[in-house]
Design a protein around this ligand. Structure first.
Ligand SMILES: [Zn+2]
Length: 447
């Protein structure tokens, strides 16, 4: 019987495929034509940048775990906790002081690594635009924020661990989500301006189009801001953030400079999609489940590793065990990274489709997918995609756009034309690498 059902399914699927409408062009061929605009050199560089990232992520986790374990094994954590208990006494302050110590020490020890990843390597691949002094200044602002906000959060978490005993992982996950939500709400208003300057976008047809697209999709925004990402990098980016009265549409100056009008519209359509589909809430709920699981496992592993008051740790609520606590969490989140990536990628895929339908700019989508190839490998294998990608791959995005374009053409909703890139079009970074100046994009001409 079951076999029959499967047979019926299979028949239905093959029948569906056989009845696919004829298309004005082959989406796969068009996708390959777009990908070919990169050329072998840029493709190799993109692959090497992104694949190197897999190892750097692993090294990052390993380094943090080693530093934490050294603090445990050599008795530093126990010593600092004893000192804090003698001086500041209150449990909250002991936990807060321990967190400051832990973040500060690991920050100093791991600095060379982050200097390489965040500065040296970004320059090697031609992505960064900052001098060392500029980069270091911003690194320190970020570190100071991390120190204060992080220590505050950890101290609150320890209060919960002590109060809720073996049920702390549920309450802890809830409080973590609340913390993340507050940060997401405050960041655009209070944190982002520490790193970039936001100015109203110049009036013009592009701005009008963005606002129309936003309002047509129910985004309550009446202005568009431009922020100077070019200060840090030439990456293109944008976002729609905030709630109710504070909704803000922002795009990077690099996006306006580098992408065509259609490219900008498509990126804004994608960002509007995140907002309209309420992805912040949805991602937080899914991550919340992951965090609760991670906390529960941390509880079990911590009890097992620190049994018999090893390294002077009295219980999981003892701040002397803080480095061990975060070593375990780091390990678990490294193992669960594919789950997290899949949660994010699921939402990014939705925003991609939304952006295509809102902007109706498939070529703009293909173009910006290629601009992102500077730091994201275009054509990964299926397992690689599953494990490491928090966005659809460049290949998938261009293919999605070409499928959309071919079917819209076939349906008579857009004029029939060729599928691939415009004649002679190549990504700006490929042109620049060859020593030529890229043609100013139509969007730049609008400014
Ligand atoms: Zn997105």
């Amino acid at each position: 019987m079951r076999l029959l059902v499967w047979a019926a399914f299979a028949a239905a699927f093959t029948a569906g495929a056989a009845h696919a409408a004829p298309l004005p062009f082959d989406p796969e061929e068009a996708t390959q034509a777009w990908l070919a605009t990169m050329g072998p050199e840029a493709t190799a560089r993109s692959n090497s940048y992104f694949e190197g990232g897999y190892w750097l992520d692993l090294a990052d986790s390993a380094l943090n775990i080693v530093v934490a374990m050294l603090l445990m094994v050599f008795g530093f954590a126990k010593g600092v906790r004893a000192g804090l208990e003698r001086t500041v006494k209150f449990y909250f302050l002991v936990a807060f002081g321990m967190a400051l110590f832990y973040i500060l020490v690991s920050g100093v020890v791991t600095f060379p690594f982050y200097y390489y990843v965040g500065f040296v390597r970004e320059h090697q691949f031609g992505l960064a635009t900052q001098t060392f002094a500029e980069w270091f200044g911003e690194y320190m602002i970020g570190f100071a924020l991390n120190l204060v906000i992080g220590a505050l959060f950890i101290a609150v978490l320890y209060l919960i661990i002590r109060a809720a005993k073996s049920a702390w992982w549920i309450w802890g996950a809830g409080v973590t989500l609340m913390f993340m939500l507050v940060l997401i709400m405050l960041a655009p208003v209070y944190l982002a301006p520490l790193f970039n300057t936001y100015t109203p976008m110049q009036e013009g047809p592009l701005k009008t189009e963005i606002l129309h697209m936003a309002q047509a999709n129910g985004v309550p925004a009446s202005d568009v801001s431009v922020f100077d990402v070019s200060r840090q990098t030439n990456r293109v980016t944008a976002n729609v953030s905030g709630f109710a009265g504070t909704t803000r549409i922002a795009l990077s100056d690099t996006l306006i400079q580098r992408a065509s009008t259609d490219g900008v519209r498509e990126v804004m359509g994608h960002e509007i999609g995140h907002y309209v589909l309420r992805h912040t809430s949805s991602i937080l709920v899914m991550l919340g489940v992951l965090i609760a699981f991670a906390f529960a496992f941390t509880h079990l592993l911590f009890g097992w590793i620190a049994r018999g008051e090893r390294w002077g740790v009295r219980a999981i609520s003892d701040p002397a065990g803080m480095p061990l606590f975060f070593a375990i969490l780091t390990f678990l989140f490294t193992v669960a990274a594919p789950v997290q990536n899949n949660i994010i990628r699921y939402h990014e895929h939705q925003a991609d489709i939304f952006g295509l339908n809102a902007s109706r700019a498939p070529d703009g989508f293909a173009e910006t997918a290629l601009l992102l190839s500077e730091y994201r490998k275009m054509s990964p294998g299926p397992l690689e995609l599953w494990a490491f990608y928090d966005h659809p791959s460049g290949y998938q995005r261009i293919r999605m756009a070409m499928d959309w374009k071919a079917h819209e053409m076939a349906a008579g909703r857009i004029p029939v034309g060729p599928g691939g890139p415009p004649e002679g079009w190549r990504p700006d970074f490929v042109v620049m690498r060859e020593g030529a100046t890229p043609e100013p994009s139509p969007a730049a001409a609008l400014d």
